[in-house]
Ligand binder design. Structure first.
Ligand code: 5AD
Length: 371
C-alpha cells in the first residue's frame, strides 16, 4: 500500500488498516498523521471542540479487571458529588464559554442513581437556558433509562465497547454474568434508537491484542455507524488484576508505554482516514503516556478534548489508571493547559459550539436508520 495518497482513499481493507496501525517507522507515521490531518481539515475543519468533564461519582458496580475504580479496589476512596457541587461545576463550564459538558461516572443502575442523573440533566439545561450541550457517560442502562435521560435533555452518550472482540472482552472482565459483551453492544443500538448521538471506543495496546484486532475495532465503529469515538491506550493501574499481570510481564516499562502511545496515535489517524467525519477525542490516556500526548492526538486527526472540570479534591479518587494526567490541576489550569496544547497542534478552539458530530447530521440527512 502506498503511504503517500492515504488522504485520497475512500476505503481500506482490514489488512491495510492493520498495517497502518502497526507502523513504527517515524517517517511513515508522520505520513499517516499528515494524511489524517488533511482528511480532518477537509471534512471537519482544523478545529477542536471542548467538552467540560465532570466525573460526578466513582461508585461502580462493575469489576473490570483493568480499571482503578473497579468495585473490588478497596483502596479507592468512593465519592458522590452533591447536586449543588455538580451544578457549580456546570455553571463554571458555562461561564467559561464552553458550549458542552460530559457527565461521567462509575456504572450504577439503581432507581436513586437514575433519578439523580435525570435531575442533573434537567437542572443543567435550566441553568444554561438550554445552551449547554450534555453528553452522558454512565454505562449500561435499560432502554427506559436511556429514554428518560434523553427526554431530560441529554443528546449524546458515550459507552465504550472496550474491545470489539468478544474473546478479548471476556479476558478483561470477570465471568460473573454482569459483564457481557453482547449486552454492551446492544446498549449502543438502544442509545441510537432513543435518538442520541452515539459514541464508543476501545482500549489500545491490551495484552494479547494484535493490530488485526485493532483494525477490527475500527471496522466495528464503521459497522455500528457511530458518531463519536473516545479511545485511548491502555495504562497500567497497579491496584488491579490486569495491572499486576502487566507489571510482571514488563508492560509498564518505558518501551512498552511508548509502543502503546504510538499504537494509540496510529489508531486515531487510521480512524480518521476510515470514518472521516466522526468526532474523535484526544484522550487523557494519551497525555498520561507522554507530556505532548494530547497535542499529538489532535495532530493525528482527533477533534475533541475534554478539559476536566471535576473538583480538585476529587480528582485523585477518579484514577482509572496510574499517574492520570491533570490530577493535581484545578479546572482553570486544566483549561489553560488544554488551550496551549490545542494551539501547539495548530487547531482553533471552538469554544461555545456544541460541536456535534457531522456524521450524525450526514446520516440524518440521508434518512438512513439503524436498529
Ligand atoms: N487504561 C486505560 N483506559 C482505562 N479505562 C479504564 N481503565 C483503564 C486503564 N487502565 C477506560 C475504559 C473506560 C473508561 C472510562 O476508561 O475504556 O470505559
Amino acid at each position: 500500500m502506498e503511504l503517500n495518497n492515504l488522504a485520497g482513499r475512500g476505503s481500506f481493507t482490514r489488512d491495510e488498516l492493520a498495517r497502518l496501525i502497526a507502523l513504527e517507522d517515524p517517517a511513515e507515521r508522520e505520513l499517516l498523521y499528515a494524511a489524517a490531518r488533511e482528511v480532518k481539515a477537509r471534512r471537519c475543519g482544523l478545529v477542536t471542540y471542548y467538552r467540560g468533564l465532570i466525573e460526578f461519582s466513582n461508585v461502580c458496580t462493575k469489576d473490570c479487571l483493568y480499571c482503578g475504580i473497579r468495585k473490588s479496589n478497596h483502596a479507592c476512596a468512593r465519592y458522590e458529588l452533591s447536586r449543588e457541587d455538580v451544578l457549580a461545576q456546570a455553571r463554571w463550564i458555562h461561564g467559561r464559554g464552553i458550549g458542552s459538558l460530559v457527565l461521567q461516572s462509575g456504572e450504577r443502575s439503581d432507581p436513586k442513581f437514575v433519578a439523580f442523573v435525570e435531575g442533573l440533566v434537567r437542572d443543567i439545561k435550566a441553568l444554561s437556558g438550554g445552551r449547554l450541550g450534555i453528553t452522558l457517560a454512565a454505562g449500561e442502562q435499560t432502554e427506559e433509562t436511556y429514554a428518560r435521560w434523553f427526554a431530560a435533555g441529554a443528546h449524546r452518550y458515550l459507552l465504550r465497547i472496550e474491545s470489539s472482540s468478544p474473546a478479548l472482552y471476556a479476558g478483561l472482565h470477570p465471568d460473573d454474568g454482569k459483564h457481557r459483551w453482547d449486552v454492551r453492544d446492544r446498549c449502543l443500538a438502544l442509545l441510537r434508537r432513543c435518538g442520541y448521538q452515539v459514541g464508543t471506543g476501545v482500549m489500545i495496546g491490551l495484552p494479547g491484542q494484535t493490530p488485526l484486532d485493532l483494525a477490527d475495532d475500527l471496522l466495528y465503529f464503521r459497522d455500528r455507524d457511530v458518531d463519536m469515538i473516545g479511545m485511548g491506550p491502555y495504562v497500567v493501574a497497579r491496584g488491579t488484576p490486569l495491572g499486576q499481570a502487566a507489571i510482571a510481564a514488563g508492560g509498564d516499562a518505558p518501551e512498552a508505554r511508548a509502543r502503546r502511545l504510538a499504537l494509540g496515535l496510529n489508531m486515531v489517524a487510521a480512524c480518521r482516514l476510515l470514518l472521516k467525519d466522526v468526532n474523535i477525542a484526544s484522550t487523557t490516556a494519551l497525555q498520561t503516556l507522554h507530556p505532548d500526548g494530547l497535542m499529538l492526538g489532535i495532530r493525528a486527526g482527533a477533534n475533541v478534548c475534554m478539559p476536566s472540570a471535576t473538583p480538585e479534591d476529587r480528582r485523585a479518587s477518579y484514577q482509572l489508571y496510574d499517574n492520570k494526567s491533570g490530577v493535581d490541576d484545578s479546572a482553570l489550569s486544566s483549561l489553560a493547559a488544554m488551550n496551549a496544547r490545542v494551539a501547539a497542534a495548530g487547531d482553533a478552539v471552538a469554544l461555545s459550539d456544541w460541536g456535534d458530530s457531522r456524521h450524525f447530521f450526514a446520516r440524518a440527512a440521508t434518512g438512513k436508520s439503524s436498529s
